[in-house]
Structure formats: structure tokens, C-alpha cells
Write a protein that binds this ligand. Sequence first.
Ligand SMILES: CC(C)(COP(=O)(O)OP(=O)(O)OC[C@H]1O[C@@H](n2cnc3c(N)ncnc32)[C@H](O)[C@@H]1OP(=O)(O)O)[C@@H](O)C(=O)NCCC(=O)NCCS
Length: 159
Amino acid sequence: MTPEPALFTIQPAGLLDLNDLRRLESLCFEADAWPVLDLMGVLTLPGIVRLKAVIAGRMVGFAAGDKRDPLGIGWITTLGVDPAYRRQGVGRGLLEACEEQVGLPRVRLTLRRSNLEAYRLYQAAGYSRYEVWPQYYSGGEDGIVMQKVLGEAKNSQIG
Ligand SMILES: CC(C)(COP(=O)(O)OP(=O)(O)OC[C@H]1O[C@@H](n2cnc3c(N)ncnc32)[C@H](O)[C@@H]1OP(=O)(O)O)[C@@H](O)C(=O)NCCC(=O)NCCS
């Protein structure tokens, strides 16, 4: 049965969230979890959007977006939701908020070819397959790059 939508808030994240983010990262990504230095970077570097989803004071999801690309393409660099809070709209909410704060007309992201849950989320959110990065992930799995065109530049979209 699909659970009721969760009542969550989306808030800016910062370095004080490091421990919660480490916990979430290992719950969500296992072998792909970022090392602690990368997590510190995503929580502090300029040009990065960092957002957490919070329920009852607890971080249940995290997303980051990078708006530093010289070509003006925003990248959603990570999105994860605590398994206990999935299928309640948290991932979609974080993704939309991140896109909005990145504020660029094109946004891209990558995911493992086998990650059908994420693929469905991104497809439902308006992303389409853009290109394949062969053997991008550890273990040799391909990365699928997906793109969403927001705003005026829709003609340049590659399906
Ligand atoms: C992918 C992930 C972020 C989705 O988070 P979530 O909070 O469960 O997503 P939502 O509840 O907002 O789902 C939104 C839509 O995505 C699709 N979706 C999400 N999870 C799905 C699943 N397990 N099966 C099928 N569709 C799914 C559905 O269309 C869903 O809408 P619906 O519930 O109304 O049918 C979460 O599963 C996760 O953290 N996975 C591990 C980390 C990861 O793979 N991150 C992405 C890598 S780039």
C-alpha cells in the first residue's frame, strides 16, 4: 500500500548537518557513498545548492545542485531519501526545490543504468535520457545522463 504523503519541510543544509548527511549517505548509496571530504565540500563550497528534507527535526533526505558549469547547465549532483521515508513525495520535493534554486534553463544528472526507482522519479519530473557515459560508475556500470529543459530553450533538447 502506498503510504500517505509525508509532512516534511525543505531547509538549507550546512556543515552542522555533516553527521546526519554521512548517515543518510551510507543508507542511500552504499558503495557509491561519497567520502567525508566530498560531503564537507557539498555542504560548504560556493555555487552549490544544498537542501535537506526534515521531518520532526530529523534529516530524511538531501539534495545538492551545482550551478558552476561554464556552459550554464545546472547539475543535480546527489539526491537521497532515507528508506523509511520513501514513496511519500520527499524525493520529488527536494528535486523541484533544487531545480528552482539552481535557477538555470537546463538541468542534468547522472544515475546508474540499473537504478529504475530514480529513473522513474526523474522521468515523472520531466527529465529525458540525454546520453550514456560508459562504465562511469564503480563496478563498470554505465551512467545514464538525463536532462530537463526548463524555460525557453526547449528546442535544444535531445531525447
Ligand atoms: C530515488 C529516490 C531519491 C526517490 O525518493 P522518494 O522520496 O521515494 O521519491 P518520491 O516519493 O518523491 O517519488 C516520486 C515519484 O518517483 C517514482 N518512484 C520513486 N520511487 C519509486 C519506486 N521505488 N518504484 C517506482 N517508482 C518510483 C514514482 O513515479 C513516484 O511517484 P508516485 O509515488 O506518485 O508513484 C530514493 O529511492 C532514493 O534515495 N534512492 C537511493 C538513492 C538514489 O538512487 N538516488 C538517486 C541517484 S542519482
